[in-house]
Design a protein around this ligand. Structure first.
Ligand code: MN
Length: 227
C-alpha cells in the first residue's frame, strides 16, 4: 500500500529528561473548570463539564517562540494542567482513570477571545477561536510516577514577569478523575490523547514581544515568547 501524498508527520511532545517523545493523537480541552474563571467569564458554575478540541498538530514543544496568530486582536493565555493518556478506554470509572494516564505536563490554551465571543454570540463552533496553528504550547511531559499530585498544587502564569494567573489544581470544579471519566463516556479515549484540564481566573491578552512564563508545581514549567 502506498499513500498518494507524503504521510503527515506524527504530532508529538517532548518527554522530560529523555530524547523520547509522546505521540499526540487528539487534544481535548475542558471548558470553564475553575469556579473563579467561570465567574470571570460570566457563566453558570453549576453546569456539567463540556469539551472542545484542538488539532493534534496544534501542540508545540516549549520553550518556544510563536507568531502572533492571524484574525485576532485579543489573544488570551489560559494556563492549564495537561494530562497524557497512555491506555485507551471508554466509560472509564473515576477510580480507574489513573490507570489510563501516562503522565502530565503544563500547557497554555491559547485563545482568540474576540473570535470566541463572536462564536458564543452567534451560536457558532469554537474551532477557529481555539484550534488554530500553535494554539497548544505544552511543556515536556513527565511520567505519572514522577507527578506529585493531580489533585492539588499551584498552577500559575506570568506575562513579562507580572503574575496574571495564580490558582491551585485542587480548585477544579470537575477533578481530573471526574472529567476524564465523563469525557470517556462521550468518546473512547485512546493512547496518545491529550487533555487540557481548564484554567483558573486571570486570563488576559498578550501582544507581540510578550514573554509568557508559567508552571504547575512539581510537574513542569513553560515559557512562550510571542513574536
Ligand atoms: Mn481553556
Amino acid at each position: 500500500m502506498t499513500f498518494v501524498i507524503t504521510s503527515p508527520a506524527q504530532a508529538s511532545l517532548a518527554v522530560a529528561n529523555t530524547t523520547d517523545r509522546f505521540p499526540v493523537r487528539r487534544i481535548f480541552c475542558v471548558g470553564q473548570n475553575y469556579k473563579d474563571h467561570v465567574i470571570e467569564m460570566g457563566s453558570d458554575t453549576r453546569e456539567a463539564p463540556f469539551f472542545f478540541t484542538k488539532p493534534a498538530d496544534a501542540a508545540v514543544d516549549c520553550p518556544c517562540t510563536l507568531p502572533y496568530p492571524t484574525l485576532t486582536k485579543n489573544l488570551h493565555h489560559e494556563i492549564e494542567l495537561v494530562i497524557a493518556i497512555g491506555k485507551g478506554g471508554s466509560d472509564i470509572a473515576p477510580d480507574d482513570v489513573q490507570n489510563h494516564i501516562w503522565g502530565a505536563g503544563v500547557g497554555i490554551d491559547l485563545t482568540r477571545r474576540d473570535l470566541q465571543k463572536t462564536a458564543k454570540d452567534k451560536g457558532r463552533p469554537w474551532d477557529m477561536a481555539k484550534g488554530f496553528d500553535n494554539s497548544a504550547p505544552i511543556s515536556a511531559l513527565v511520567p505519572l510516577a514522577d507527578v506529585p499530585s493531580l489533585t492539588s498544587g499551584r498552577i500559575w502564569l506570568s506575562v513579562n514577569g507580572e503574575l496574571r494567573q495564580d490558582g491551585d489544581i485542587g480548585d477544579m470544579i470537575w477533578s481530573v478523575k471526574e472529567h476524564v471519566s465523563i469525557l470517556s463516556q462521550a468518546v473512547r479515549l485512546e493512547a496518545g490523547d491529550i487533555i487540557m484540564t481548564g484554567t483558573p481566573a486571570g486570563v488576559g491578552a498578550v501582544v507581540a514581544g510578550d514573554l509568557i512564563s508559567g508552571g504547575a508545581d512539581g510537574i513542569g514549567a513553560i515559557e512562550v515568547r510571542i513574536s
